[in-house]
Write a protein that binds this ligand. Structure first.
Ligand code: NAD
Length: 261
């Protein structure tokens, strides 16, 4: 299937590694031009340099610190100066593990700005050119914790549920303008963050990291963690011309892990 985005311009946030980088690579493989934004441009440049020639020419790294409003606005200014983008993939780093019971007000405020508020703001700034062109795709990376809260990820479960409410509301507001707004919910996709979380759980529960990973995999009907490429493909589809009548959804990419219907 031709996804029909060969001439589209995309901005992917948190794209130096993991799911953001995999989403950016999937869009590049479909012929889109991609700005990959993250704190460490050098880390992003590493995977860009490893791309085949024709894809490398269409990829560019730009700096973004989602904890810093000024940095978010600088990125928006730079992108808008070039006419904006057609596709925005919203992604951020995940918050530290911990219980909802013990999370502090400072943590809620700080993490909400980084994971949610600044994404909402950037999206708002980048919408006008999409509205003028009558075509746009907003895809936001969430978590399976939105549907089935993950133990010891209180900040993540709470803040991402707010992002879901925003995404669905916005989808209704811009649907008639040719803009779709969707979420993709990863279950356990094999990225560095998942390794770090398994490590933290191992420490907390007095087990080895391998034991933690084995019991997590046993709870996934597919019997394994997902590959970042499998996640990136789902993002590219929702960002595509082909997905033009799909909006306001949350798509699970979790190997069946989420228990509810
Ligand atoms: P990751 O930690 O491997 O990658 C996060 C990316 O965000 C990196 O590129 C990092 O540089 C960037 N980033 C972090 N802080 C930033 C900041 N202040 N400003 C700009 N960029 C910043 O995580 P991942 O596994 O790729 O997951 C991506 C998102 O999806 C995270 O929020 C994570 O919590 C969530 N998630 C992932 C999984 C999974 O299975 N991997 C599952 C559920 C939720």
């Amino acid at each position: 299937m031709d996804l029909g985005i060969a001439n589209r311009r995309a901005l992917v946030l948190g794209a130096s590694r993991g799911l953001g980088a995999a989403s950016a690579r999937a869009l590049l493989a479909e012929g889109a031009t991609v700005i990959a934004a993250a704190r460490t441009e050098a880390r992003t440049q590493e995977w860009i340099d490893a791309l085949p020639d024709d894809q490398r020419k269409r990829a560019r790294a730009l700096p973004l610190d989602l904890a810093d409003r000024a940095s978010v606005d600088r990125l928006a200014d730079a992108v808008l100066a070039e006419g904006g983008v057609d596709i925005l993939v919203n992604n951020s780093g995940g918050p530290p593990p911990g219980t909802a019971r013990d999370a502090t007000l400072e943590q809620w405020t700080q993490q909400f700005a980084m994971m949610a508020g600044h994404l909402f703001h950037l999206t708002q700034r980048l919408l006008p050119p999409m509205e003028e062109r009558g075509w746009g795709r907003i895809v936001t990376i969430g978590s399976s914790g939105i549907e089935q809260p993950i133990p010891n990820l209180g900040l993540s479960n709470g803040i991402r549920a707010a992002i879901l409410g925003w995404s669905k509301t916005l989808s209704n507001e811009v649907a008639a303008k040719g803009i779709t707004v969707n979420m993709v919910l990863p279950g356990r996709i094999q990225t560095e963050r998942i390794g770090e979380l398994d490590g933290a759980n191992a420490k907390r529960l007095g087990k080895t990291q391998d034991e933690i990973a084995a019991s997590a995999k046993a709870a996934i009907p597919a019997g394994r963690y997902g590959e970042p490429e499998e996640f990136g493909d789902a993002v590219a589809f929702l960002a595509s011309e082909r997905a033009r009548y799909i909006t306001g959804v949350k798509l699970r990419v979790d190997g069946g892990q989420t228990k509810s219907v």
